[in-house]
Design a protein around this ligand. Structure first.
Ligand code: ATP
Ligand code: RIB
Length: 299
C-alpha cells in the first residue's frame, strides 16, 4: 500500500478549562489556559502517523510563531510536509476552546491560512504517490471537492470526515469510499431527524458506499449494502473529548493501510479515540500503536 495523504486544516488550540460552559452573553472564569497543536486535518494526520504508518499532510500555516511551533511538532511526529504551504498572507489557524469539568466543549475556529488552501495548491499534489486520501471540511469546500476528484481519479481509497457539519453534493459523495460523520453531522448530511439507522438508510440510498458513524461513548457503527457492524466503546474516564473524532478517522485510515478489514479497523479506531478522551488536548492525547492495541485487546 502507498502512503496516506491527509489534506486539511491545522490550528493552534488555546484551551481554557472552565467549571461550566458560558451561556450567550455570559462570562465565566477559567481555571487554566493551555496551548496545543490541533486542527481537524492535522489531528487526523498525527493520529495516523502515531499508529506507525507513513503519512503526508497537505495544508497551510502562516509564517508566525504558531506556524513555527506547528511545523516543529509535525517534524517530531515524522509527517511528510512536502505539500504543506507557508504563507505570509494570513496568520496560522487558531481555535479558541472551552472545556468543562465533564469534558464537554465549545469551539470557535479562526481559519487564517487554512482558508487559503485552494484548487491550485491541490493541483501541486501528485496523488498517484498515495494509497489513501483523507479529507474533512475545515478548509474551503471547493478545494476539498477538487481534491476528492483528483484522489478518486488517481485510484486512491478516499475518506471524508464531513466536519464541521455541512451538506455535501451527491456527486461528491459518489467519490467517497468511507464517509465518517458523527451523529450531528449525519443529521445535517441526511437532512433527516430520524434514528441513526434511518439516517444511514437515506445516505446508502443516495449511493454512499460505506457510512461509518461515530457514536461517542457508544463507539461506532458501519453501514453498507452488506449490512451493519457495531463496535462498542470501552468505559473510560473522560477528561477532554476534543479531537476524539479526528483520532478515530486517522487511526481507521492507518488500520486500513495496515491491511485490516473494516471490522478490525473499527475496533482499533474506537480504541484509539476512547484512549484519547482520557487526556487533555487533541494531538497531545493520541497514543501509539502499542497503546491502541493494548486497549483493543480488551474490547
Ligand atoms: P469530537 O468532536 O469531540 O472530536 P466527535 O463528535 O467527532 O468527537 P464522537 O462520536 O463523539 O466524535 O467520538 C468519536 C470516538 O471517540 C467514539 O467513537 C469513541 O471511540 C470515542 N469517545 C468519545 N466519547 C467517548 C466517551 N465518553 N467514552 C469512550 N469513548 C468515547
Ligand atoms: O476536531 C477538533 C479540532 O477542531 C480541534 O483541534 C480544533 O482545532 C478544531 O479545529
Amino acid at each position: 500500500m502507498k502512503p496516506i495523504l491527509v489534506i486539511g486544516s491545522s490550528n493552534t488550540d488555546l484551551v481554557a478549562s472552565v467549571e461550566r460552559l458560558p451561556g450567550e452573553g455570559e462570562t465565566v472564569m477559567g481555571s487554566s489556559l493551555q496551548k496545543f497543536t490541533g486542527g481537524k486535518g492535522a489531528n487526523q494526520a498525527v493520529a495516523a502517523v502515531r499508529a506507525g504508518v507513513p503519512v503526508a499532510f497537505a495544508g497551510a500555516v502562516g509564517t508566525d510563531a504558531f506556524g513555527d511551533e506547528t511545523i516543529q511538532a509535525f517534524q517530531t511526529d515524522g509527517l511528510d510536509l512536502r505539500y504543506l504551504r507557508r504563507t505570509e498572507s494570513a496568520p496560522s489557524g487558531t481555535a479558541l476552546i472551552a472545556v468543562d469539568r465533564n469534558g464537554r466543549n465549545q469551539i470557535v475556529v479562526v481559519p487564517g491560512a487554512n482558508g487559503l488552501v485552494d484548487r491550485e495548491q491541490i493541483d501541486t499534489i501528485e496523488f498517484s504517490e498515495f494509497g489513501l486520501a483523507v479529507f474533512q471540511l475545515e478548509i474551503p469546500h471547493p478545494a476539498v471537492w477538487h481534491g476528492l476528484k483528483k484522489a478518486h481519479e488517481a485510484g486512491c481509497i478516499t475518506l471524508l470526515n464531513p466536519a464541521p457539519a455541512a451538506t455535501v453534493p451527491a456527486e461528491i459523495l459518489a467519490l467517497v469510499d468511507y464517509l465518517i460523520p458523527n451523529e450531528h453531522e449525519l443529521k445535517i448530511l441526511s437532512q433527516n431527524g430520524g434514528t441513526v439507522e434511518q439516517m444511514a438508510k437515506v445516505m446508502l440510498d443516495t449511493g454512499v458506499k460505506n457510512l461509518i458513524v461515530t457514536l461517542g461513548s457508544n463507539g461506532a457503527a458501519c453501514f453498507s449494502r452488506e449490512g451493519q457492524i457495531s463496535v462498542p466503546a470501552p468505559g473510560v474516564p473522560v477528561v477532554d473529548t476534543v479531537g476524539a473524532g479526528d483520532c478515530f478517522v486517522g487511526v481507521f485510515a492507518a488500520a486500513l493501510y495496515k491491511g485490516f478489514d473494516i471490522e478490525q479497523s473499527l475496533v482499533y479506531a474506537v480504541s484509539a479515540a476512547s484512549l484519547s478522551v482520557g487526556k487533555a488536548g487533541a494531538q497531545a492525547s493520541y497514543g501509539d500503536w502499542d497503546a491502541i492495541q493494548e486497549l483493543a485487546a480488551t474490547t
